[in-house]
Design a protein around this ligand. Structure first.
Ligand SMILES: Cc1cc2nc3c(=O)[nH]c(=O)nc-3n(C[C@H](O)[C@H](O)[C@H](O)COP(=O)(O)O)c2cc1C
Length: 199
């Protein structure tokens, strides 16, 4: 998993078989470079090692774009969270379906490192002008873990904000993983055919 070409080259030196190039719009810990810029930079830097494109992928058009930018395939996270097979509770899944792309915000107060996740009353409190600065990695996680656990046990959904990328704004309804996969591949093939006919 790499968020910059330099990062990817270090993985190559360590002997990896493939690289996941993850743009900043992804859910979870992220860097600062967006997918559109990062994917081809990593592809060029590590060739001939295969690259999977991650960060903001949720449709066949994204898959076609990743192939156009030199990736061998894609690696998805957020799009599965709205699925029927998702690890989320039904209440949290509803919040994912209602969320907009701008509700997936990057912050340091969950783990001490930049992490993108869903906005909530918890994140609003940390973003308030009088809120303290987060501690470094590990210490911040230890500090907030008991509070986060209590919020979860109380099912305080408005305060809970699971990891999420900006593609959350495209999740409009609960679907089975099988349907998501099928629509992704069907749409990608249609896009590639259309593009081919324009050549
Ligand atoms: C809920 C969730 C948990 C994740 N956990 C990890 C993890 O433990 N390690 C990791 O390298 N990436 C993790 N990621 C990042 C994903 O592997 C993936 O790169 C990312 O979700 C792709 O971007 P997307 O969210 O826009 O699809 C996580 C992402 C999400 C949404």
């Amino acid at each position: 998993m790499a968020g910059s070409a330099e990062h990817a080259l270090k993985h190559v030196q360590a002997g990896v078989d493939l690289i996941v190039a993850q743009g900043s719009e992804a859910g979870g810990h992220t860097g600062t470079i967006s997918s559109m810029v990062l994917w081809p930079e990593v592809v060029e830097a590590v060739a001939p090692i295969p690259v999977l494109a991650a960060g903001g992928v949720g449709s066949g058009r994204h898959l076609a774009a990743a192939l156009a930018l030199g990736a061998e395939g894609v690696w998805c996270g957020t799009i599965w969270l709205g699925s029927s097979e998702s690890e989320l509770s039904p209440d949290m899944r509803k919040r994912f379906i209602a969320a907009r792309s701008q509700d997936a915000i990057q912050r340091k107060y969950d783990t001490g490192k930049p992490l993108r996740g869903l906005r909530s009353r918890w994140t609003d409190a940390w973003d308030a002008p009088d809120a303290p600065e987060p501690l470094p990695l590990a210490a911040q996680k230890l500090l907030v873990a008991p509070a986060l656990k209590r919020l979860e046990l109380a099912n305080a959904v408005d305060y809970m904000g699971y990891m999420s990328g900006q593609i959350v704004g495209s999740i409009k309804a609960e679907r089975h993983v099988r349907e998501i996969m099928k629509s992704m591949t069907t749409e990608c093939l249609a896009v590639l055919r259309t593009l081919g006919s324009k050549a």
